[in-house]
Design a protein around this ligand. Sequence first.
Ligand code: GLP
Length: 233
Amino acid sequence: MKIIKVNNAEEGGAIAFTLLKEAMTSGAKTLGLATGSSPVTFYQRLVSSSLDFSDMVSINLDEYVGLGPEHEQSYHHFMANHLFHHKIFKASYLPDGLAADSQEAALAYDQIIAEHPIDFQILGIGRNGHIGFNEPGTPFTIGTHVVDLAPSTIEANARFFESSEDVPRQAISMGIASIMSAETIVLMAYGAEKAEAIYQTVHGEVTEAVPASILQRHNHVILVLDEAAASLL
Ligand code: GLP
C-alpha cells in the first residue's frame, strides 16, 4: 500500500484528482465511485476541471434500501449534486434502492460490473473499517448484496438525517470482490475517528472483521490520509 499524507481534505482531493488524470491518460474508462464526506473535495476538483467524462462509465458502490433518487440523503441524490449535474458521463450506475426484488437488483448490478471492469476505484472508509457498505463480517468473496447496517454506521450516518430513526436500516452494496477487482484503488480518510480503522487496514490482520484489511492483498492501493487519520500508523 502506498500512503500519501496530506494537510487537509482539499489537498487530498487534489491528489486523488491527479491520480485519476494519470489513470485516464493510461486508458481508464470505468470509474468506481463512492459517497460520504471524504470524496467531496475530489468531486469538486473533477467538476472544476476541464476533463471530459462523456466517454466514461461510472459505477457507484452502494445505495440505501428504501430511498429513491428524489430523497435528499439517497446516494443517487448525492452523486447528482456533486458530480452528475455538472459532468456528463456515457453511463452512470448506482444500485437501485427501490427495487421490488433487491436480490434480483444485486445480480443485475454484478452483471453491470462484469461488463465494465473498474479501472479506478474511489473509496472512503467507515469507522469500523467498512468499505462501500460491506460491514464487518462480510465474506470477502461476496458479490453485490443487501446489508443490514451496523449500529455504529447508523449512528455515524445519523448526522445526515433528522434523527437516527430516519437512517435506513439496510443498504445494497457492491461486494468486496468487485472492489478488489479494480485496477487502482484510492482510499481517502480524514479525521481522528478514522485512525483506528486505518491502523487496522494497514497493519492489522487481514480479516473479514475489518473489511478494508483485504486491501493489503491488492497490488495498487493508494491511501490518501490527513495527519489525524494517519496518527496511529
Ligand atoms: C458510508 C458509505 C461509505 C463511506 C463511509 C464513510 O457509510 N457507505 O462508502 O466510506 O460512509 O463516510 P465519510 O467519508 O462521510 O466518513
